[in-house]
Write a protein that binds this ligand. Structure first.
Ligand code: C2E
Ligand code: CA
Ligand code: CA
Length: 407
């Protein structure tokens, strides 16, 4: 109907989706979630300029808007900005304060489509792109976006099929105690050998696996596989496994970890779970409870990529971690005075708090030397050893020597 009228004036279609709405439901319960949705609907209505604009709920936490009389991108952009700002403000009732964000995808008539189906599809496409780049954003549809979205969807489809087909493998990278010069364990790193894509790096497929939820099964597989490998290592050797926020939030995570330990016979104190700061940023109790429960069993928790995120020291108080891994970007730039100062400070912080500090991405003797002098406890990187197949790492750990020393 609107398109009939649009021959006179162009219009914009907004596809909207709330960010972190599930966390509200999980934390405050469904009645609170329902109440919040109503507040969002009211705020959306108030964002609209005139009587004719239409806002609708499409289902769940998805909404759509038809904005009339749009004279170019700037008009739609103004509304998008207002929506992101207004929806992002806190929601308060008597006793509680809740937060959600919103992402918008926008398609313009007639430029981005001539019929309703195409316009809605393209607005969705833009939304999907916005979501995958970070939340709380608006994105306009662009030609070529469908190709990118199709590529991403193809990746997700291939990924889904990859697990039953045994296309995943773990490699293990050794971790060295700097003062002693001994290997103390290894980190499991996932590899995907795709028959059509070749070797795919985890940086390229983990985000897609998180988006579809496949990471829960995949992470479960990795835990089991890693612990099984570690069962054959000398008893002092630790196994570190990367864990994504989606896994911990899934609710079955603690069970999955405990079952991997039981299945392999590896004692809890040999397992280290590497999490990133985003895990600790989650405001729901589930995450912290799950991590505390695992830590109480003797499992160690490491904070990965330290220095790249918000690096709020508040997180170190919120949850006591056992290890900090300094991100490899700081080690790479260690010749730079500021980077060196940051590295020294984090090492000092770890010493004060009784937290082991591991330097990632150590590639040169000079870097290792600096870290040794600064009192860094552990090092990991190509200099000590590249990620290697299970059989190879088994031999290495049995010999207790760094790869570089064995050739
Ligand atoms: P990460 O946890 O920071 O892992 C270290 C990454 O640095 C690995 O890349 C490793 O190969 C690379 N690396 C190690 N030493 C050096 C070095 O000296 N120089 C340089 N330039 N790079 C080095 P990889 O294997 O491609 O993994 C990338 C990321 O994928 C990991 O970063 C981790 O965040 C994620 N990832 C890997 N395996 C898993 C997994 O099983 N589960 C989850 N959730 N994420 C995983
Ligand atoms: Ca890691
Ligand atoms: Ca890291």
């Amino acid at each position: 109907q609107a398109l009939g009228e649009a021959s006179v004036a162009p219009l914009a279609i907004f596809s909207l989706d709330l960010d972190r709405f599930k966390a509200v439901n999980d934390t405050f319960g469904h009645p609170a979630g329902d109440w919040l949705l109503k507040c969002v609907a009211e705020r959306l209505q108030r964002c609209l300029r005139n009587e004719t604009d239409v806002v609708a709920r499409f289902g769940g936490d998805e909404f759509a808007i038809i904005q009339f009389g749009v004279n170019g991108v700037a008009d739609a952009e103004r509304l998008a900005r207002r929506i992101v700002e207004v929806i992002g403000k806190p929601y308060r009732d008597k006793s509680r304060e809740m937060h959600v964000g919103i992402s918008c995808g926008i398609a313009l008539y007639p430029d981005d489509g001539k019929d309703a189906d195409t316009l809605l599809k393209n607005a969705d496409m833009a939304l999907y792109r916005g979501k995958s780049e970070g939340r709380n954003v608006y994105r306009f549809f662009e030609p070529g976006m469908d190709a990118m979205v199709r590529a991403r969807q193809a990746l997700e489809t291939d990924l889904e099929a990859a697990l039953p087909r045994n296309e995943f493998e773990l490699e293990f990278q050794p971790i060295m105690n700097i003062a002693a010069g001994d290997i103390v364990g290894a980190e499991a790193l996932m590899r995907w050998h795709s028959p059509t894509r070749g070797l795919v790096s985890p940086d390229n497929f983990i985000p897609a696996a998180e988006e579809t939820g496949l990471i829960v099964q995949l992470g479960d597989w990795a835990l089991r596989k890693a612990c099984t490998a570690a069962a054959g290592w000398p008893h002092a050797m630790r196994i570190a496994v990367n864990v994504s926020a989606v896994q911990i939030k899934s609710g079955s995570f603690a069970r999955s970890v405990i079952s991997a330990l039981a299945f392999s016979g590896v004692p809890a104190h040999r397992l280290e779970l590497e999490i990133t700061e985003t895990v600790l940023m989650d405001e729901s109790d589930t995450v912290l409870k799950t991590l505390s429960q695992l830590r109480d069993l003797g499992i160690r928790i490491a904070l990965d990529d330290f220095g790249t995120g918000y690096s709020s020291l508040g997180y170190l108080r919120r949850f006591p971690v056992d290890k900090i891994k300094i991100d490899r970007s700081f080690i790479r730039d260690i010749d730079n005075r500021d980077s060196a100062a940051i590295v020294r400070t984090v090492i000092g912080l770890g010493a004060q708090l009784g937290i082991t500090v591991t330097a990632e991405g150590v590639e040169t003797e000079a870097q290792l030397d600096m870290l040794r002098k600064a009192g860094c406890v552990e090092a990991q990187g190509y200099l000590i050893g590249v990620p290697a197949k299970a059989a190879q790492i088994n031999r290495l750990l049995r010999s207790g020597m760094a790869l570089r020393q064995s050739g």
